[in-house]
Design a protein around this ligand. Structure first.
Ligand code: HEM
Length: 184
């Protein structure tokens, strides 16, 4: 089972008007992104560590926080470089990041506030360092694209698991969800 990550990337870029100008401003500031990434990682993991549920997930295996700090820094930098100009490789990487979170039981209720912390802190940093509004806008857009990937992975994996286990069609499952929502 795999989501069409490239198609998802294209539609997210379109829905968020993630333009060539946004991409250029990010790439022009890739070194700045790398420079502030360790500080953003510290803020991020301090935030996760304050939450009992998320802290427990982080402590579940030895060296996890250390590994995640490195992967966070790489993730943060990739938002600026776009890897392959926010193409197939970028999309595939974001899908894989989404899957990694589904595997360890991290839900939308964890990921959305965590991304809000990134946006908020990077916004403060941009302001403190006199960076442009254009960079803030571009960064907010790419953070939302990345967030959409993590959230969508959760839906894709849950749906595929139910379909595989029950033999239901996607159409039937969709109707059951709509009926279930109607009954709540
Ligand atoms: C802004 C939201 C988040 C971003 C950008 C992010 C970033 C990442 C990245 C880049 C990876 C590595 C994925 C891979 O190995 O391919 C990862 C894995 C992981 N993240 Fe996050 N993360 C986010 C939210 C969270 C939250 C809320 C938690 C809650 C504790 C969390 C805990 C983890 C854990 C435990 C793994 C390791 C999975 C494993 O052991 O394979 N992350 N994250």
């Amino acid at each position: 089972m795999t989501m069409n990550a490239s198609k998802m990337m294209t539609s997210m870029a379109c829905r968020l008007s993630f333009s060539e100008a946004d991409q250029q401003v990010l790439q022009q500031h890739a070194d700045w992104g790398m420079k502030i990434a360790p500080e953003m990682a510290d803020v991020f993991y301090a935030y996760l560590g304050q939450d009992p549920e998320m802290s427990q997930i982080l402590q579940a295996s030895e060296g996890r926080v250390h590994r995640l700090r490195e992967t966070f820094i790489q993730w943060f930098h990739e938002m600026f470089t776009g890897m392959d100009n926010w193409g197939d490789a970028y999309a595939e990487r974001r899908w894989r990041i989404g899957l990694a979170h589904v595997r360890v039981g991290i839900f939308p209720e964890h990921v959305v506030p965590a991304m809000a912390i990134v946006v908020q802190n990077v916004g403060q940093k941009l302001q403190a360092e006199g960076q442009s509004d254009a960079l803030q806008v571009a960064l907010s857009k790419i953070c939302m694209i990345d967030l959409a990937f993590i959230e969508q992975a959760y839906i894709e994996v849950s749906t595929a698991a139910v379909l595989q286990e029950t033999g239901w069609t996607a159409g039937l499952f969709k109707r059951l969800i709509a009926t279930g929502a109607g009954a709540m």
